[in-house]
Design a protein around this ligand. Structure first.
Ligand SMILES: [Fe+2]
Length: 585
């Protein structure tokens, strides 16, 4: 069984399901070199078909995540990808504010504003048919079938559209490394919006999925997104910066904000619905925030989100009597909220897959088809699913100021880290999703907090308040992280309180000392695991600082050329590329 999965929205992606598991997955941004590239992922699909020699004769199905492409302007010009902060604010002021408050407005405002952007891949197909609009769901999907047929010769009957939240759900369920068929699970999906919904709740037992509840009124994600914009950060991208800022303030003023937000939503059965939700949400939030400082807003908003989620999980446990959860959708990207959820007394387990946001829906789309065809699925147990890298032609592309040292031992690499030098790693298969898990990572010694400043300044130009992450071997995790329920932290989707953290302080949040840890099993990445274990043997430091190998605002590097370009543009000291070490003069 060969299935191609496609996601054509924000941060587009494609995947290849071979026989009974996901064989390959890639984000379009890595190929086009633009962070969060949206729209039809033509380069990703071409890459997969070429690499695995796939065509109509051996592809059984193409599974497209999402049934409803409901923003015609976005289909034509990908405004949600192209808008900068002032564009977003401008639309809030000149379109939504007027529309929602019954003030005369230009109904064509968004189209006029977005038409300045580059035409999307779909543009030439969609624009020629003026009768199309967002209600033409089947027409648009049929056009996409036609595009795929034209481009790749794939029979239109093989192309299916899969519900967005069902994709989130299946991705979470089939990536759970602790999956136990004897247990009942709750599958919870929550996001900004997808196929008309923003929350679904499912009961799962023996691979049977029954929907318990759903809503289009859970606006936890939308409130977070709008608050990100209010604080002049980019919606759909910089929400994590608010989460990172939140711990710095825990004042009564942040609690005031939390209380004011609280009345917007209420629980009904197993979902959040509107309570005192005014029509113009952005305006309402702006009024609430107007006399507060940025850190008070971040803290109040994060605390509101955490409490709402904890209350919802408690409600679901009490109503369903099920206490094992898989959780996916954009809201599940909130690693600090996940940490609070994990603390719920009656909750036994929580699993959040890597890439729980929309890019990961390609996995679920493939699984939906595989389940329909009664394929025995092997759960996905790692996210090293992308392209590989090769030292073969490195001499041809190596600039004069970079020298090949050659193959090196772990002790030599540790020596470099202990000199507080910064090491870029581009080796093995690239990770899928936003998290670098040791194959496209920047590694450093976490014992001295000064390394944070060094990385921020010279390499990533990151925001001064943001923490780095760290990787810890599974066997050491219990000693240094609070993880009583032994939750799977393989994919950096959970935060933990750190214990005895003096010598890995630079991998923790500077203020609350939590850590967004990657808990690594040796089977997942033997080279990386052994490096950290050797580092521990020599130094008694159980963690290596890990952050993604990219410049702030750019995608994670993909291949040897990207890695060398990055080294040239930054003051990174060493590059470990396909098992050889390269030093900058
Ligand atoms: Fe989603």
């Amino acid at each position: 069984m060969n299935i191609i999965g496609i996601y054509d929205g924000h941060n587009a992606s494609a995947a290849y399901f071979k026989k009974n598991k996901i064989e390959f997955a890639i984000n379009e941004e890595r190929l086009v070199k633009k962070k969060n590239q949206s729209g039809f992922p033509i380069k990703s699909i071409k890459y997969i078909l070429k690499k695995y020699n796939l065509n109509n004769s051996n592809i059984h199905a193409v599974a497209i995540a999402g049934t409803l492409r409901d923003d015609f302007n976005d289909l034509l010009h990908e405004w949600s990808f192209n808008f900068n902060i002032s564009d977003h604010k401008d639309v809030m002021k000149n379109y939504w504010n007027k529309k929602l408050n019954n003030i005369e407005y230009d109904t064509d405002y968004i189209r006029k504003k977005t038409s300045k952007f580059k035409k999307s891949y779909y543009f030439k197909y969609l624009n020629k048919n003026s009768s199309l609009n967002i209600k033409s769901k089947d027409l648009i999907n049929n056009l996409i079938r036609e595009i795929i047929n034209n481009l790749f010769g794939i029979d239109k009957k093989k192309i299916a559209f899969i519900d967005h939240h069902y994709c989130h759900l299946l991705h979470a369920y089939w990536s759970n490394r602790d999956l136990d068929m004897k247990k009942k699970y709750i599958g919870l999906t929550m996001d900004g919006f997808g196929d008309g919904l923003n929350q679904t709740v499912w009961k799962i037992y023996k691979n049977k999925f029954s929907k318990l509840d759903s809503t289009n009124q859970n606006e936890l994600a939308r409130i977070y997104r709008m608050s990100t914009l209010y604080l002049n950060m980019k919606p759909l991208e910089h929400e994590y910066k608010i989460m990172g800022m939140a711990p710095y303030n825990n004042s009564n003023r942040s609690k005031e904000i939390e209380n004011k937000l609280s009345s917007i939503l209420k629980i009904k059965n197993l979902v959040y619905v509107h309570d005192q939700r005014p029509p113009d949400l952005f305006n309402h939030l702006s009024n609430i925030y107007s006399n507060y400082r940025f850190d008070e807003i971040a803290s109040g908003l994060q605390s509101f989100t955490e409490k709402k989620l904890v209350n919802l999980f408690k409600r679901i446990i009490s109503k369903s009597k099920i206490n094992n959860f898989v959780f996916s959708g954009g809201v599940a990207m909130n690693t600090k909220a996940n940490m609070e959820i994990a603390k719920i007394k009656n909750l036994k387990s929580l699993f959040v897959p890597g890439a729980p946001d929309d890019q990961g829906t390609v996995f679920g789309a493939c699984y939906a088809i595989a389940m329909k065809k009664n394929i025995k699925i092997i759960p996905n147990d790692n996210y090293y699913l992308g392209s590989t890298v090769s030292k073969k032609n490195i001499k041809k592309i190596l600039p004069k100021n970079l020298n090949i040292i050659g193959e090196v031992s772990n002790t030599q690499i540790i020596d470099i880290l202990l000199k507080n030098k910064i090491l870029g790693v581009c080796s093995g298969r690239m990770e899928f999703g936003a998290r670098a898990l040791g194959n496209r990572s920047i590694l450093a010694n976490p014992s001295d907090h000064m390394i944070v400043e060094k990385i921020n300044k010279s390499i990533k130009n990151r925001d001064f308040w943001m923490p780095f992450a760290g990787t810890i071997p599974l066997e050491l995790a219990n000693k240094y992280l609070e993880n009583k329920k032994k939750l799977d932290g393989s994919f950096m989707t959970l935060c933990f309180n750190s214990i005895k953290n003096e010598n890995f302080i630079a991998s923790c949040h500077p203020y609350d000392k939590t850590i967004r840890a990657q808990i690594l099993s040796r089977s997942q990445n033997p080279w990386y695991y052994d490096l950290i274990m050797d580092f521990y043997q020599i130094t008694k430091i159980p963690v290596i600082l890990n952050t993604s190998l990219n410049i702030h605002g750019k995608p994670i590097v993909m291949d040897e050329q990207d890695a060398i370009d990055l080294i040239q543009r930054t003051s990174i000291d060493y590059l470990y590329l396909d098992k050889i070490l390269i030093k900058k003069n």
